[in-house]
Design a protein around this ligand. Structure first.
Ligand code: NAD
Ligand code: UDP
Length: 331
């Protein structure tokens, strides 16, 4: 009998969890909702739609495993019922000042989502004794002086620069998460996400892959900021979600980089997208951002993810773009 009860309890708590996901209507949040529901969990999604889109969740409407609460995470959060995990993904995420959805144009909301939103969601995790995952970012390394970036690197961030509202909010969020872990013994984890792309990204938040695909589909020139020699390492969303799910079900508390280490220049990316979409529209080079604003090189060192989670990215940029382009074509 005792064994039977233990098995039921195990299944209830460790296999079928009830999970709060903030930023659920966004690109990554909506994919996380789908994945966790497909694994048998129940999800409570939360969003205020500042950069997200209800369409990203439309297919979950009526699904008994999904509930939605429209709420700004900067305000006190109450979720009825038990929670086994809290995933804090709510935050504007695009650095592009040319888009109304870029965080330079949402500076206070960005700082509040990273600071007050992290405080409130950690409070929820504490009340429920839940596993907590913070969506952090490669931006906490700033314009890095070490390459590739490992978790030991402390970063190179201008505290009052154009990206500081995002970078410093996320650095504060990491510090607060570790404080809750060390002081309140909350079971926290931190994922440092590197550039990720795929279906459900906003067409108009100014991030490079949606910008380039849209421009190439319209047969327009691709806009490169600066000389195009700056590098990024792009991870397809399904790979990233695999890594995050492994982190949720691990006991790891220290930050882990999740990203695809395949580093390319922005010029190479532009040429690849133009070739793929048969765009003769070419490329135009626009004035780059002020030095120190646009990181010059970015590539994750994923040794910790490989060793601790048994994770590495497996989808190539070529395959990931093939899975992404049809979404943007439809849009
Ligand atoms: P996104 O803009 O598509 O999603 C963010 C979601 O959070 C949106 O639905 C938005 O409406 C919601 N949100 C923002 N502020 C909120 C608030 N105060 N209350 C409630 N909801 C709020 O961006 P994304 O790319 O899906 O990013 C999700 C998370 O992952 C962010 O925390 C971001 O910092 C992090 N991240 C993403 C990337 C990436 O490449 N996509 C890289 C590094 C880190
Ligand atoms: N970029 C570009 N043209 C665009 C959009 C972005 O050249 O239309 C560049 C941008 O300056 C940066 C890189 O592409 O060097 C990645 O930009 P993104 O906004 O996607 O995110 P970041 O990695 O800078 O956070």
């Amino acid at each position: 009998m005792l064994l039977f009860i233990s098995i039921i309890t195990y299944r209830f708590y460790y296999e079928f969890m009830r999970i709060l996901i903030t930023g659920a209507a966004g690109f990554l949040g909506s994919h996380l909702c789908d994945r966790l529901i497909s694994l048998g969990h129940e999800v409570v999604g939360m969003d205020n739609f500042v950069t997200g889109n209800i369409q990203n969740l439309a297919h979950l409407s009526g699904n008994p495993a999904f509930h939605f609460i429209r709420h700004d995470v900067a305000n006190f959060i109450f979720v009825p019922g038990k929670l086994d995990a809290v995933l804090h993904f709510a935050s504007p995420a695009s650095p592009n000042p040319n888009s109304p959805f870029g965080f330079p144009n949402l500076p206070i909301q960005t700082m509040k989502a990273g600071a007050l939103g992290t405080h409130n969601t950690l409070g929820v995790a504490r009340v429920h004794k839940a596993r907590y995952i913070l969506a952090s970012t490669s931006e906490i390394y700033g314009d890095p002086l070490e390459h590739p970036q490992s978790e030991e690197y402390w970063g190179h961030v201008n505290p009052i620069g154009e990206r500081s509202v995002y970078d410093e909010a996320k650095r504060f969020a990491e510090a607060l998460t570790m404080a809750y872990h060390r002081y309140h013994k909350i079971n926290t984890g931190i994922v440092r996400i590197f550039n990720t792309y795929g279906p459900r990204m906003r067409l108009d938040d100014g991030r490079v892959i949606p910008n380039f695909i849209q421009q190439a589909l319209e047969k327009s020139p691709l806009t490169i900021y600066g000389n195009g020699e700056q590098t990024r390492s792009f991870c397809f969303v399904d790979d990233l979600i695999d890594g995050i799910v492994k982190l949720i079900f691990s006991e790891e508390h220290f930050p882990i980089n999740i990203g695809n280490p395949n580093e390319i220049t922005i010029s190479q990316l532009a040429n690849e997208i133009n070739t793929k979409l048969g765009n003769q529209g070419n490329i135009i080079y626009l004035e780059g951002r002020v030095a120190g604003v646009d990181p010059v090189r970015r590539k994750p060192d994923i040794t910790r993810a490989v060793e601790l989670l048994g994770w590495h990215a497996s989808i190539t940029l070529n395959d990931g773009l093939d899975r992404t382009i049809p979404y943007f074509r439809k849009k």
